[in-house]
Design a protein around this ligand. Structure first.
Ligand SMILES: NC(=O)c1ccc[n+]([C@@H]2O[C@H](COP(=O)([O-])OP(=O)(O)OC[C@H]3O[C@@H](n4cnc5c(N)ncnc54)[C@H](O)[C@@H]3O)[C@@H](O)[C@H]2O)c1
Length: 262
């Protein structure tokens, strides 16, 4: 699918990957881009930039993707303004506090909501409409941590695995009904979420958000499932499947280096 003339919704659009992808959708010829995030002012500035530098219309909708009602409202507003939703980029995310067993339930709960349930709620709100209108694209931002793991944060790793699993399920259930489902799994990207060298996620380099945005658009075009801006993630994923115990041994060494010895 191409994004030309499409109505695209982007969550987490106030900064980083979401911001870069919203702009890239507009530059690639989208008819309209609907921006969603918890912080309105940066989205309003982005909306102005989009409308003054591209032909796309832009709408900023203050949205907390940690609940179903705000997501329903976002989709309602997108449809009220532009009639339909063709592309939904479900991308908002949080890093939260690093850690493992000591982390408390409110952090786990926030991560479940934002990294996992937000995609379910968004799919519920837009996917049946996409089938009805004869097509659409639903792209979930998970992480390399969702295919592999990340030693610094148990809840991040677990909830991003859930994001990958839901994206797979959605592709299985709706891929033959005209909905193109894709899943973005980068390692470190230079955004508000990554400071310094990116710790363990930065070991293969930190990519600019614009490059990730271009990869998202290319994958929507090609129809593939995985968006892997860091190609080595595919090698690590293969290594995990080939010899799980050996792969876990390697991850234990990473835990020692990035957590125990930090
Ligand atoms: N930066 C990386 O290295 C990296 C790597 C892998 C995956 N990711 C994922 O990419 C996605 C985008 O993150 P980013 O790197 O651009 O970071 P970012 O912090 O620059 O952007 C995340 C955006 O999500 C928004 N957000 C957070 N909670 C929200 C909520 N409840 N409702 C609505 N919006 C909310 C934030 O306000 C922010 O604008 C996230 O899902 C993140 O987990 C990032």
């Amino acid at each position: 699918m191409l994004v030309e003339q499409k109505v695209c919704v982007v969550t987490g659009a106030a900064s980083g990957i979401g911001r870069a992808t919203a702009l890239a959708f507009a530059q690639a010829g989208a008819r309209a881009v609907v921006l969603a995030d918890i912080t309105l002012a940066p989205m309003q500035a982005l909306a102005k930039e989009i409308e003054s530098t591209t032909k796309a219309k832009a709408l900023a909708v203050e949205t907390d993707v940690g609940g179903e009602e705000p997501i329903k409202e976002l989709v309602k507003q997108a449809k009220q303004h532009f009639g339909r939703v063709d592309v939904f980029f479900s991308n908002a995310g949080i890093l939260g506090k690093e850690g493992g067993l000591e982390l408390e339930d409110p952090l786990w709960d926030a991560m479940w909501r934002i990294h996992s349930m937000a995609h379910v709620w968004a799919a519920r709100a837009v996917v049946p409409g996409m089938v009805e209108q004869g097509g659409g694209a639903f792209v979930i931002t998970a992480s390399a941590a969702g295919l592999l793991n990340i030693v610094e944060s148990a809840p991040y790793a677990v909830t991003k695995h859930a994001a990958v699993a839901f994206a797979e399920w959605l592709r299985i259930a709706y891929g033959r009904k005209g909905v193109q489902v894709a899943c973005l799994c980068p390692q470190a990207v230079r955004t508000g979420m990554v400071t310094g060298d990116g710790a363990s996620a930065g070991s293969d380099g930190i990519l600019p958000a614009e490059q990730v945005a271009a990869d998202v658009i290319a994958t929507i075009g090609s129809g593939q499932f995985l968006v892997l801006p860091h190609p080595k993630v595919a090698d690590y994923f293969r290594a995990k499947a080939n010899d799980y115990d050996r792969w876990l041994g390697g991850m234990q060494k990473r835990y020692l280096r990035y957590v125990d010895e930090k």
